[in-house]
Design a binder for this molecule. Sequence first.
Ligand code: AMP
Ligand code: MG
Length: 347
Amino acid sequence: MNTKVWKVDKYVDNLENNPQVVDAAHFLQENEVVALPTETVYGLGGNAKSDVAVEKIFAAKGRPSDNPLIIHIADKHQLSAFVAEVPKNAERLMERFWPGPLTIIFKKRDGVLSEKATAGLESVAVRMPDHPVALALLKKCQLPIAAPSANSSGKPSPTNAQHVLDDLNGKIAGVLDGGSTGVGVESTVLDCTEEIPVILRPGGVTKEQLENVIGEVHLDAALIDEASKPKAPGMKYQHYAPNAPLYLVNGSTSFLQGLIEEKQNAGLRVGVLATEESVEDYQADVSVACGRRDELESVATKLYETLRAFNQEKVDVIFSETFSNTGVGHAIMNRLQKAAGNKMINE
Ligand code: AMP
Ligand code: MG
Protein backbone atom coordinates (compact mmCIF):
# COMPACT_ATOMS: atom_id res chain seq x y z
CA MET A 1 0.00 0.00 0.00
CA ASN A 2 1.21 3.51 -0.81
CA THR A 3 1.09 5.58 2.37
CA LYS A 4 0.12 9.18 1.63
CA VAL A 5 1.74 12.04 3.53
CA TRP A 6 -0.52 15.06 3.93
CA LYS A 7 1.44 18.04 5.25
CA VAL A 8 -0.79 20.44 7.11
CA ASP A 9 -0.06 23.68 8.94
CA LYS A 10 -1.86 23.50 12.28
CA TYR A 11 -2.01 27.30 12.54
CA VAL A 12 -4.08 28.03 9.44
CA ASP A 13 -7.75 29.01 9.72
CA ASN A 14 -10.65 26.80 8.71
CA LEU A 15 -8.66 23.56 9.01
CA GLU A 16 -11.84 21.54 8.67
CA ASN A 17 -11.99 22.46 4.99
CA ASN A 18 -8.27 22.19 4.34
CA PRO A 19 -7.88 19.86 1.32
CA GLN A 20 -5.44 17.55 3.17
CA VAL A 21 -7.81 17.17 6.12
CA VAL A 22 -10.77 16.63 3.79
CA ASP A 23 -8.87 13.89 1.94
CA ALA A 24 -7.84 12.17 5.17
CA ALA A 25 -11.44 12.37 6.48
CA HIS A 26 -12.61 10.72 3.30
CA PHE A 27 -10.28 7.77 3.89
CA LEU A 28 -11.64 7.40 7.43
CA GLN A 29 -15.19 7.31 6.09
CA GLU A 30 -14.09 4.56 3.71
CA ASN A 31 -12.85 2.56 6.73
CA GLU A 32 -9.18 3.06 5.92
CA VAL A 33 -6.75 3.98 8.72
CA VAL A 34 -4.76 7.21 8.91
CA ALA A 35 -2.26 8.57 11.42
CA LEU A 36 -2.96 11.97 12.95
CA PRO A 37 -1.15 14.35 15.28
CA THR A 38 -2.57 14.92 18.76
CA GLU A 39 -1.11 16.97 21.61
CA THR A 40 0.28 13.80 23.27
CA VAL A 41 1.65 11.50 20.51
CA TYR A 42 0.59 10.58 16.94
CA GLY A 43 -2.49 8.35 16.86
CA LEU A 44 -3.52 5.74 14.31
CA GLY A 45 -7.18 6.51 13.63
CA GLY A 46 -9.99 4.42 12.21
CA ASN A 47 -13.80 4.41 12.28
CA ALA A 48 -14.67 3.06 15.74
CA LYS A 49 -18.03 1.77 14.49
CA SER A 50 -16.46 -0.46 11.85
CA ASP A 51 -14.98 -3.90 12.51
CA VAL A 52 -13.11 -3.60 9.22
CA ALA A 53 -11.41 -0.33 10.15
CA VAL A 54 -10.60 -1.47 13.69
CA GLU A 55 -9.11 -4.72 12.42
CA LYS A 56 -6.83 -2.67 10.16
CA ILE A 57 -5.58 -0.70 13.17
CA PHE A 58 -4.70 -3.88 15.09
CA ALA A 59 -3.08 -5.44 12.03
CA ALA A 60 -0.93 -2.41 11.13
CA LYS A 61 0.40 -2.13 14.69
CA GLY A 62 0.61 -5.82 15.44
CA ARG A 63 -1.35 -5.00 18.59
CA PRO A 64 -2.75 -7.84 20.75
CA SER A 65 -6.52 -7.99 20.21
CA ASP A 66 -7.30 -7.99 23.96
CA ASN A 67 -6.01 -4.43 24.26
CA PRO A 68 -8.92 -1.98 23.79
CA LEU A 69 -8.60 1.33 21.95
CA ILE A 70 -9.33 4.87 23.07
CA ILE A 71 -12.25 6.47 21.22
CA HIS A 72 -11.61 10.07 20.14
CA ILE A 73 -14.37 12.66 19.78
CA ALA A 74 -14.56 16.37 18.92
CA ASP A 75 -17.79 17.18 20.73
CA LYS A 76 -19.22 16.02 24.08
CA HIS A 77 -22.60 15.48 22.41
CA GLN A 78 -21.11 12.45 20.64
CA LEU A 79 -20.83 10.64 23.99
CA SER A 80 -24.48 9.74 24.51
CA ALA A 81 -24.50 7.49 21.41
CA PHE A 82 -22.12 4.95 22.98
CA VAL A 83 -21.75 5.86 26.67
CA ALA A 84 -24.42 4.57 29.06
CA GLU A 85 -23.85 6.97 31.92
CA VAL A 86 -21.76 10.10 32.58
CA PRO A 87 -21.09 10.41 36.34
CA LYS A 88 -20.96 13.87 37.98
CA ASN A 89 -17.23 13.77 38.64
CA ALA A 90 -16.53 12.82 35.00
CA GLU A 91 -18.65 15.78 33.95
CA ARG A 92 -16.48 18.12 36.02
CA LEU A 93 -13.26 16.60 34.71
CA MET A 94 -14.39 16.96 31.09
CA GLU A 95 -15.27 20.58 31.78
CA ARG A 96 -11.77 21.22 33.14
CA PHE A 97 -9.50 18.98 31.01
CA TRP A 98 -11.18 18.46 27.63
CA PRO A 99 -9.88 18.92 25.07
CA GLY A 100 -6.69 17.58 26.65
CA PRO A 101 -4.61 14.55 27.68
CA LEU A 102 -7.24 12.87 29.89
CA THR A 103 -8.97 9.64 28.84
CA ILE A 104 -12.09 8.76 30.81
CA ILE A 105 -13.52 5.26 31.10
CA PHE A 106 -17.32 5.10 31.10
CA LYS A 107 -19.91 2.34 31.15
CA LYS A 108 -20.60 1.47 27.52
CA ARG A 109 -23.87 1.62 25.62
CA ASP A 110 -23.97 -1.51 23.48
CA GLY A 111 -24.54 -1.83 19.77
CA VAL A 112 -22.84 1.28 18.38
CA LEU A 113 -19.09 0.76 18.48
CA SER A 114 -17.22 -2.19 17.03
CA GLU A 115 -16.81 -4.80 19.78
CA LYS A 116 -13.23 -5.17 18.58
CA ALA A 117 -12.49 -1.53 19.49
CA THR A 118 -13.44 -2.16 23.12
CA ALA A 119 -12.02 -5.71 23.16
CA GLY A 120 -15.46 -6.93 24.23
CA LEU A 121 -15.40 -4.99 27.53
CA GLU A 122 -18.51 -3.41 29.06
CA SER A 123 -16.70 -0.12 29.41
CA VAL A 124 -15.29 2.33 26.89
CA ALA A 125 -12.33 4.74 27.04
CA VAL A 126 -12.92 8.19 25.51
CA ARG A 127 -10.97 11.40 25.06
CA MET A 128 -11.07 14.70 23.20
CA PRO A 129 -7.60 15.56 21.88
CA ASP A 130 -6.31 19.13 22.15
CA HIS A 131 -4.82 19.52 18.69
CA PRO A 132 -6.31 21.66 15.91
CA VAL A 133 -5.58 19.06 13.19
CA ALA A 134 -7.05 16.17 15.19
CA LEU A 135 -10.16 18.17 16.07
CA ALA A 136 -10.65 19.32 12.48
CA LEU A 137 -10.35 15.75 11.20
CA LEU A 138 -12.78 14.42 13.82
CA LYS A 139 -15.32 17.12 12.94
CA LYS A 140 -14.95 16.58 9.23
CA CYS A 141 -15.41 12.82 9.24
CA GLN A 142 -18.30 12.97 11.75
CA LEU A 143 -17.30 9.65 13.29
CA PRO A 144 -16.01 8.47 16.66
CA ILE A 145 -12.41 7.54 15.88
CA ALA A 146 -10.56 4.70 17.61
CA ALA A 147 -6.90 5.66 17.85
CA PRO A 148 -4.03 3.98 19.68
CA SER A 149 -0.51 5.39 19.33
CA ALA A 150 0.71 5.10 15.73
CA ASN A 151 3.74 2.90 16.38
CA SER A 152 4.43 -0.80 15.91
CA SER A 153 3.24 -2.50 19.07
CA GLY A 154 5.96 -2.51 21.73
CA LYS A 155 8.00 0.34 20.23
CA PRO A 156 8.23 3.90 21.58
CA SER A 157 5.22 6.03 20.65
CA PRO A 158 5.68 8.43 17.70
CA THR A 159 6.01 12.14 18.37
CA ASN A 160 6.44 13.20 14.73
CA ALA A 161 5.28 11.98 11.30
CA GLN A 162 8.67 10.49 10.44
CA HIS A 163 8.44 8.18 13.49
CA VAL A 164 5.08 6.99 12.17
CA LEU A 165 6.56 6.28 8.73
CA ASP A 166 9.57 4.50 10.28
CA ASP A 167 7.13 1.97 11.77
CA LEU A 168 4.07 1.93 9.50
CA ASN A 169 5.03 3.07 6.00
CA GLY A 170 3.21 0.89 3.46
CA LYS A 171 0.82 -0.47 6.12
CA ILE A 172 -1.59 2.49 6.47
CA ALA A 173 -3.47 4.75 4.05
CA GLY A 174 -1.75 7.93 5.14
CA VAL A 175 -0.38 10.26 7.79
CA LEU A 176 -1.40 13.85 8.45
CA ASP A 177 1.89 15.58 9.21
CA GLY A 178 1.15 18.43 11.59
CA GLY A 179 4.66 18.70 13.05
CA SER A 180 5.96 17.48 16.41
CA THR A 181 3.57 16.77 19.26
CA GLY A 182 3.82 18.74 22.51
CA VAL A 183 3.11 16.75 25.68
CA GLY A 184 5.10 13.76 24.47
CA VAL A 185 3.64 11.08 26.75
CA GLU A 186 0.17 9.58 26.31
CA SER A 187 -3.01 10.63 28.06
CA THR A 188 -3.82 9.79 31.65
CA VAL A 189 -6.36 6.93 31.69
CA LEU A 190 -8.92 7.41 34.50
CA ASP A 191 -11.59 4.84 35.32
CA CYS A 192 -14.74 6.77 36.27
CA THR A 193 -16.93 3.67 36.52
CA GLU A 194 -15.76 3.37 40.16
CA GLU A 195 -17.21 5.46 43.01
CA ILE A 196 -13.71 6.88 43.58
CA PRO A 197 -12.05 7.22 40.15
CA VAL A 198 -8.88 5.19 39.58
CA ILE A 199 -5.83 6.12 37.48
CA LEU A 200 -5.03 3.10 35.30
CA ARG A 201 -2.22 4.81 33.39
CA PRO A 202 -0.39 7.96 34.51
CA GLY A 203 -0.07 10.56 31.75
CA GLY A 204 -0.30 14.17 30.68
CA VAL A 205 -2.77 15.18 33.44
CA THR A 206 -1.32 14.52 36.90
CA LYS A 207 -3.00 12.94 39.95
CA GLU A 208 -2.60 16.27 41.75
CA GLN A 209 -4.46 18.12 38.97
CA LEU A 210 -7.32 15.59 39.02
CA GLU A 211 -7.62 15.77 42.81
CA ASN A 212 -7.84 19.55 42.67
CA VAL A 213 -11.07 19.16 40.70
CA ILE A 214 -12.83 16.12 42.20
CA GLY A 215 -11.05 15.28 45.46
CA GLU A 216 -9.76 11.79 46.15
CA VAL A 217 -8.42 9.74 43.23
CA HIS A 218 -6.93 6.24 43.57
CA LEU A 219 -4.05 4.59 41.73
CA ASP A 220 -4.53 1.17 40.15
CA ALA A 221 -2.80 -1.41 42.35
CA ALA A 222 -0.51 -2.38 39.46
CA LEU A 223 1.00 1.12 39.48
CA ILE A 224 2.10 0.62 43.07
CA ASP A 225 2.94 -3.08 43.15
CA GLU A 226 4.38 -4.77 40.06
CA ALA A 227 2.87 -8.12 41.04
CA SER A 228 -0.75 -6.89 40.76
CA LYS A 229 -2.75 -7.40 37.59
CA PRO A 230 -3.38 -4.05 35.84
CA LYS A 231 -6.99 -3.12 35.15
CA ALA A 232 -6.07 -1.54 31.77
CA PRO A 233 -5.34 -4.59 29.61
CA GLY A 234 -2.57 -2.72 27.73
CA MET A 235 -0.55 -2.02 30.87
CA LYS A 236 0.60 -5.62 31.17
CA TYR A 237 2.63 -5.50 27.94
CA GLN A 238 6.20 -4.39 27.54
CA HIS A 239 6.08 -1.14 25.65
CA TYR A 240 8.22 1.76 24.50
CA ALA A 241 11.30 -0.46 24.28
CA PRO A 242 14.36 0.66 22.30
CA ASN A 243 16.26 -2.08 20.46
CA ALA A 244 19.12 -2.23 22.98
CA PRO A 245 18.57 -3.32 26.59
CA LEU A 246 17.81 -0.34 28.82
CA TYR A 247 18.78 -0.09 32.50
CA LEU A 248 17.44 2.58 34.87
CA VAL A 249 20.09 3.75 37.30
CA ASN A 250 19.29 5.06 40.76
CA GLY A 251 22.47 6.76 41.90
CA SER A 252 25.07 9.46 41.42
CA THR A 253 26.55 10.52 38.09
CA SER A 254 29.90 8.97 39.07
CA PHE A 255 28.20 5.63 39.81
CA LEU A 256 26.49 5.74 36.40
CA GLN A 257 29.78 6.70 34.70
CA GLY A 258 31.35 3.62 36.36
CA LEU A 259 28.68 1.40 34.75
CA ILE A 260 29.34 3.00 31.36
CA GLU A 261 33.09 2.30 31.62
CA GLU A 262 32.53 -1.29 32.70
CA LYS A 263 30.50 -1.97 29.52
CA GLN A 264 32.91 -0.03 27.29
CA ASN A 265 35.79 -2.10 28.67
CA ALA A 266 33.84 -5.17 27.59
CA GLY A 267 33.81 -3.76 24.03
CA LEU A 268 30.20 -2.52 23.98
CA ARG A 269 28.88 0.71 22.49
CA VAL A 270 27.08 2.47 25.33
CA GLY A 271 24.31 5.08 25.33
CA VAL A 272 23.25 7.26 28.23
CA LEU A 273 19.93 9.06 28.67
CA ALA A 274 20.64 12.10 30.81
CA THR A 275 19.34 15.66 31.20
CA GLU A 276 20.72 19.02 30.14
CA GLU A 277 21.96 19.53 33.69
CA SER A 278 24.02 16.30 33.74
CA VAL A 279 24.83 15.23 30.19
CA GLU A 280 28.34 16.72 30.31
CA ASP A 281 29.18 14.51 33.31
CA TYR A 282 29.23 11.34 31.18
CA GLN A 283 31.71 9.95 28.69
CA ALA A 284 29.51 7.45 26.87
CA ASP A 285 29.57 6.62 23.14
CA VAL A 286 26.20 8.31 22.71
CA SER A 287 25.00 10.80 25.33
CA VAL A 288 21.56 12.35 24.90
CA ALA A 289 20.07 15.17 26.96
CA CYS A 290 16.37 14.40 27.27
CA GLY A 291 15.08 17.80 28.41
CA ARG A 292 15.72 19.58 31.71
CA ARG A 293 15.41 17.95 35.12
CA ASP A 294 14.12 21.18 36.63
CA GLU A 295 11.34 21.23 34.02
CA LEU A 296 9.99 17.68 33.75
CA GLU A 297 7.49 18.58 31.00
CA SER A 298 10.49 19.01 28.68
CA VAL A 299 11.67 15.47 29.55
CA ALA A 300 8.21 14.09 28.69
CA THR A 301 8.20 15.96 25.37
CA LYS A 302 11.55 14.45 24.30
CA LEU A 303 11.34 10.99 25.89
CA TYR A 304 10.21 8.83 22.94
CA GLU A 305 12.31 10.76 20.43
CA THR A 306 15.33 10.04 22.65
CA LEU A 307 14.53 6.33 22.94
CA ARG A 308 14.17 6.14 19.15
CA ALA A 309 17.46 8.05 18.66
CA PHE A 310 19.37 5.22 20.37
CA ASN A 311 18.07 2.84 17.69
CA GLN A 312 19.56 5.05 14.96
CA GLU A 313 22.88 5.14 16.83
CA LYS A 314 23.00 1.36 17.11
CA VAL A 315 24.15 1.20 20.73
CA ASP A 316 24.49 -2.17 22.51
CA VAL A 317 23.24 -1.04 25.91
CA ILE A 318 21.60 2.08 27.36
CA PHE A 319 21.70 3.50 30.87
CA SER A 320 19.15 6.08 31.95
CA GLU A 321 18.93 8.44 34.87
CA THR A 322 15.71 8.17 36.91
CA PHE A 323 13.18 10.86 37.83
CA SER A 324 10.99 11.74 40.79
CA ASN A 325 7.62 10.01 40.79
CA THR A 326 5.61 13.22 41.22
CA GLY A 327 3.65 15.32 38.72
CA VAL A 328 4.43 14.35 35.12
CA GLY A 329 7.48 12.49 36.52
CA HIS A 330 5.02 9.70 37.38
CA ALA A 331 4.22 9.18 33.68
CA ILE A 332 7.89 9.50 32.68
CA MET A 333 8.99 6.83 35.20
CA ASN A 334 6.07 4.57 34.23
CA ARG A 335 7.15 4.66 30.55
CA LEU A 336 10.85 4.27 31.38
CA GLN A 337 10.16 1.27 33.62
CA LYS A 338 8.16 -0.37 30.85
CA ALA A 339 10.82 0.46 28.26
CA ALA A 340 13.43 -1.09 30.57
CA GLY A 341 11.32 -4.15 31.35
CA ASN A 342 11.81 -3.00 34.98
CA LYS A 343 15.60 -3.43 34.90
CA MET A 344 16.83 -1.11 37.65
CA ILE A 345 20.32 -0.75 39.15
CA ASN A 346 20.64 0.87 42.58
CA GLU A 347 23.87 2.41 43.84
P1 AMP B 1 -2.93 3.29 23.72
O1 AMP B 1 -4.05 3.05 22.78
O2 AMP B 1 -1.67 2.59 23.35
O3 AMP B 1 -2.74 4.73 24.09
O4 AMP B 1 -3.41 2.60 25.08
C1 AMP B 1 -4.69 2.79 25.62
C2 AMP B 1 -4.70 2.24 27.02
O5 AMP B 1 -6.02 2.35 27.57
C3 AMP B 1 -4.33 0.76 27.07
O6 AMP B 1 -3.52 0.51 28.20
C4 AMP B 1 -5.70 0.11 27.17
O7 AMP B 1 -5.62 -1.18 27.74
C5 AMP B 1 -6.46 1.09 28.03
N1 AMP B 1 -7.92 0.98 27.88
C6 AMP B 1 -8.65 1.28 26.77
N2 AMP B 1 -9.96 1.02 26.98
C7 AMP B 1 -10.08 0.54 28.25
C8 AMP B 1 -11.17 0.09 29.06
N3 AMP B 1 -12.43 0.08 28.61
N4 AMP B 1 -10.90 -0.34 30.31
C9 AMP B 1 -9.62 -0.33 30.78
N5 AMP B 1 -8.54 0.09 30.07
C10 AMP B 1 -8.77 0.52 28.82
MG1 MG C 1 0.46 2.91 22.69
